[in-house]
Design a protein around this ligand. Structure first.
Ligand code: GDP
Ligand code: ZN
Length: 331
């Protein structure tokens, strides 16, 4: 005869702590075809979904993403069942190439994008920062800018950028893995948040993370960058819990995220200082390029908009031209 009574598992950990019991809320840090790693109270559980049993729709199950907060029930010391998905605060996604626009969610509940740049080796590139900022704005993520390797240069050289970005409400700060400058601040920025770290190869992402969380070895995108640059592959995404609270997301796919799914006509929406003055443009659909009576160009000339930001806007716009055409052509 079958025994249908629920099995109640009681156990104690080696260190004598009382185990977790009942329903718990945790965060999905990794997902494979049918299993999920869920981080709950400093422990990593391997979970499955029994959707049919608990009333989750098939579409809910297939849409469980890294970053999702889920309700789990323990079925063993390190195993559990996902019962429910909590509402999402945010998501980072890109369009998937195909007949029609299809959204591919890379991760959810991201609190911020931490853009790492360097003073030298590789040289500081504001154009790249602006590209990442466009991605952040498009995905409604807040963004901070960290200028690493400040030991190799004088901060005064970058003060103009610091002032510009701070005025746009993007935090801008300096770090050095070598001298330790700014590391406490980076720690505070990352604490209790889910952060996606982005930046060109060689700026010091791995070194910064190593310094902040010794022992945490991220793949930080090097291999992906060499092998699949420009390809829109679905890369694995993984969250790494920080010992002081918070998570860092390691996503080689962020590089390929690129800007290709942004329509050039939408680009102006992602430059916050342009949005602030665009209502004064003569034409409602002004792209701030060659149109007469453009308030953005006037603001650039009068020094209210940082000329390099505007230049980067026009550069990115040019890059998007072909991509947008491609997208339109395929429809
Ligand atoms: P990633 O590709 O962004 O992960 O960069 P890495 O962490 O691999 O760093 C690339 C190189 O820069 C390594 O040789 C690091 O030792 C060096 N590096 C990282 N941070 C700093 C720094 O703050 N100052 C200096 N001088 N070198 C650094
Ligand atoms: Zn305009």
């Amino acid at each position: 005869m079958l025994n249908l009574r629920p099995i109640i598992i009681r156990y104690t950990f080696k260190d004598g702590t009382v185990p977790m019991q009942g329903k718990l809320t945790g965060k999905v840090t990794k997902s494979t075809r049918s299993q999920y790693q869920v981080y709950v109270d400093n422990r990593m559980l391997t979970c499955v979904v029994r959707g049919k049993l608990v009333g989750l729709k098939e579409s809910d199950i297939s849409s469980i993403k890294v970053g999702d907060d889920v309700v789990v029930e323990l079925t063993g010391e390190t195993e559990g069942v996902i019962l429910d998905i909590l509402p999402r605060k945010s998501k980072l996604s890109r369009a998937v190439e195909g007949k029609a626009y299809k959204e591919h969610i890379i991760a959810t509940n991201i609190d911020q994008m931490v853009i790492i740049s360097s003073t030298k080796n590789p040289a500081f590139k504001a154009g790249l920062i602006d590209r990442y900022l466009v991605i952040a704005e498009k995905n409604d993520l807040s963004a901070v800018i960290c200028l690493n390797k400040i030991d190799l240069a004088e901060a005064e050289q970058f003060e103009e950028y610091a002032t510009t970005y701070r005025a746009l409400n993007y935090e801008f700060f300096y770090t050095s893995v070598l001298t330790g400058q700014g590391m406490d601040h980076l720690h505070d920025i990352l604490k209790n948040k889910l952060s996606v770290m982005v930046g060109q190869s060689g700026v010091g992402k791995s070194s910064l993370i190593q310094k902040i969380e010794p022992g945490l070895e991220l793949a930080v995108s090097e291999t992906s960058e060499k092998t699949s640059k420009g390809r829109h592959t679905t890369s694995y995404v993984e969250l790494f819990p920080l010992s002081f609270g918070g998570y860092i997301i390691d996503t080689p796919g962020i590089r390929e995220l690129g800007l290709w799914d942004i329509y050039r006509n939408d680009l102006r929406k992602y430059f916050v200082e342009m949005v602030a003055v665009q209502e004064n443009c003569q034409f409602g659909d002004c792209q701030h390029l060659l149109e007469p009576g453009c308030a953005v160009k006037t603001a650039v000339e009068e020094g209210q908009i940082f000329p390099e930001r505007y230049k980067n806007y026009t550069n990115i716009y040019q890059d998007l031209r072909a991509a947008s055409y491609e997208l339109i052509k395929r429809r």
